[in-house]
Design a protein around this ligand. Structure first.
Ligand code: S3P
Length: 442
C-alpha cells in the first residue's frame, strides 16, 4: 500500500509521550525459551510484529500451545523440548532472520525429528552458512542450496557435541544460535567473536542459572556455556524496543519545537549505541535509567526524552560502534543529512545482507530526498546541511527499517512524499503510523 506523508502544518511546544513498539529481539527469545521449557510461561507486552508471529508459528508446528491475548500477553504452554512433535508442515520464518538463525541451533539438536525451514523471498537470499557451518562442526545435519547457505533448509535432528567456535562477525544471531545448540550438547561450547553484539541470550541463560561465562580480551569476547542445560518457564514483561524508539528520537531532534518522551525503553548498552551518537549530534537527547520501573521486565528500562529545536551537528561513527546500532544506520543517516557539517559511518558491510541491501537503499533514500552523500566501499559519507527536501517516491523493497526512515524524512518535506509498500513496517513496529500520527497532531 502506498502512503503519502509530509511536514505537518503546525508545530507544538508541548511534550508528547509515545509508546514505541516492544522489543523484537527479546520477544523472539522469550517465545523460544518458553517453548523449550516445561510448564506455563507468560510474556507480557510482547511485540506482535510479523517476525515474532513467525517464531510463534514455528513452535506451534512443534506442538507447543501458544495463546495470543492481543498486545497484552502471550501465554506459552509447553511440555518441554523433549516432547516436541514431528511437524506436518514446513516451518515458515517469513521475513525473520532472527527466527531462522536462532531456531536452527534448536532444531539441529532435536534427535529423531526432521524439519524443513522456509522463508519469504528476502530471507531466502540471506546467508545461513554463518550458522550452518559451525553447527555442522557440532554434528548437525543441515542441507540446502549453495552448501546450506540458503533457505529452504532441511534439518535432521542429531545428538550434538560441544565445540569451540571462532566467529569473524559481531553477530548476535550467530552467537545465540551456537549457544542454543550448546544447551543441548555435553561439555563446554565456546564462541569467540568481535565484541559488542547484543547479549540478550547470555542474560536469559545466566538468569536461569546456566553455567555461562563471558570474557572480553582486546577486541574479542568469548562466551563459554556448559551443557546440557534445561531452561525454566518464565513470567516476564518486554521493554520498548530501542530500535523502534530510534525513529521517534530522530523525529524529536528534527522538530522545531516540542518534546517527545518514551518510557520503558530497554536499557542495555549493546542496543543503545544510537543514543550515544545522537547525544554527540545534539544536546536535545537524554536517557534516564529507571531501576524502580524495571522490576518484572526481562531487562532494565529507562526514559528516553528528546527536545526539538536544538542545533544538530555531524559526527563520525566508528566500526567498533556498529554492533550496538546495527539496525539504526538508516535513521541515523536521515539525522546526519540535516546536521551541520559532514558525517562518516564506517564499516557497514553487514548492512548489505540485512532484509535488503540496506547500505544501497539508504543511499537511494538520501538521493531521492536531495541529500548529498557518497558510499565509499563499506563506508557512508553524508555531507549534511539538507534544507529543502525534494518530494520523493521511495520503494523500501519490503525493508521495514527503510520504510520508517523514509516516513521520518518525509516529515521534513513541504510537499507529499510517497512510500511504496508502506505496510512492511508490520515486521517490527505494527503501530508505527498511529504513533507518527499522534506526533503530527499534538
Ligand atoms: C538480532 C541481531 C542482529 C540484528 C537483528 C536482530 C538478534 O543481527 O540486526 O535485527 O535479535 O539477535 P546480526 O546478528 O546479524 O547482527
Amino acid at each position: 500500500m502506498k502512503r503519502y506523508l509530509q511536514a505537518p502544518n503546525r508545530s507544538s511546544a508541548a511534550t508528547i509521550s509515545i509508546m514505541a513498539g516492544r522489543d523484537k529481539s527479546l520477544t523472539h527469545r522469550a517465545i523460544m525459551f518458553s517453548s523449550l521449557s516445561e510448564g506455563r510461561s507468560q510474556i507480557h507486552h510482547p511485540l506482535l510484529g510479523a517476525d515474532c508471529l513467525s517464531t510463534i508459528s514455528c513452535f506451534e508446528a512443534l506442538g507447543v500451545k501458544i495463546d495470543v491475548h492481543g498486545d497484552e500477553k502471550v501465554e506459552v504452554l509447553s511440555e518441554g523440548f523433549a516432547k516436541f512433535r514431528q511437524p506436518t508442515r514446513d516451518l515458515d520464518c517469513g521475513n525473520s532472520g532472527t527466527t531462522a538463525r536462532l531456531i536452527l541451533g534448536i532444531l539441529a539438536a532435536q534427535k529423531n525429528l526432521n524439519f524443513r525451514l522456509i522463508g519469504d523471498e528476502s530471507l531466502s537470499k540471506r546467508p545461513m552458512k554463518r550458522v550452518v557451518i559451525p553447527l555442522r562442526k557440532m554434528g548437525a545435519s543441515i542441507e540446502g542450496s549453495d552448501d546450506g547457505n540458503f533457505l529452504p533448509l532441511t534439518i535432521k535432528g542429531q545428538t550434538l557435541h560441544a565445540e569451540t567456535h571462532q566467529v569473524d562477525k559481531a553477530s548476535a544471531q550467530v552467537k545465540s544460535c551456537l549457544l542454543l545448540a550448546g544447551m543441548f550438547s555435553d561439555g563446554t561450547t565456546r564462541v569467540s567473536l568481535p565484541k559488542g553484539s547484543r547479549d540478550h541470550t547470555e542474560r536469559v541463560l545466566q538468569k536461569m542459572g546456566a553455567k555461562l561465562e563471558t570474557r572480553v580480551e582486546g577486541d574479542l569476547e568469548e562466551i563459554a556455556l556448559t551443557g546440557p542445560f534445561k531452561t525454566k518457564s518464565m513470567d516476564v514483561k518486554i521493554p520498548v524496543d530501542p530500535s523502534s524508539a530510534a525513529f521517534f528520537a530522530v523525529l524529536g531532534i528534527l522538530l522545531t519545537e516540542g518534546r517527545i518522551e518514551m518510557p520503558d525503553v530497554l536499557d542495555n548498552a549493546t542496543r543503545t549505541g544510537f543514543m550515544k551518537v545522537l547525544a554527540r549530534m545534539s544536546q536535545g537527547l537524554s536517557f534516564t535509567s529507571n531501576q524502580a520501573q524495571s522490576i518484572g521486565f526481562v531487562e532494565p528500562v529507562g526514559l528516553l526524552a528528546v527536545q526539538g529545536g536544538m542545533p544538530l551537528v555531524g559526527t563520525d561513527i566508528s566500526e567498533e560502534e556498529i554492533p550496538s546500532l546495527v539496525d539504526e544506520i538508516p535513521i541515523l543517516a536521515v539525522a546526519a543529512a540535516f546536521a551541520k557539517g559532514p558525517s562518516l559511518f564506517r564499516g557497514l558491510s553487514e548492512l548489505r545482507v540485512k532484509e535488503s541491501d540496506r547500505l544501497m537503499l539508504t543511499g537511494e533514500l538520501l538521493k531521492a530526498s536531495g541529500a548529498d552523500f557518497e558510499i565509499r566501499g563499506d563506508d557512508l559519507w553524508i555531507a549534511g546541511g539538507l534544507k529543502d527536501v525534494t518530494p520523493f517516491t521511495f520503494d523500501p523493497e519490503g525493508d521495514h527499517r527503510l520504510a520508517m526512515s523514509a516516513a521520518i524524512l518525509a516529515r521534513r518535506c513541504k510537499k507529499p512524499c510517497c512510500i511504496l509498500d508502506s505496510e512492511c513496517v508490520r515486521v517490527s513496529f505494527p503501530n508505527f503510523y498511529e504513533a507518527l500520527g499522534a506526533v503530527d497532531t499534538f
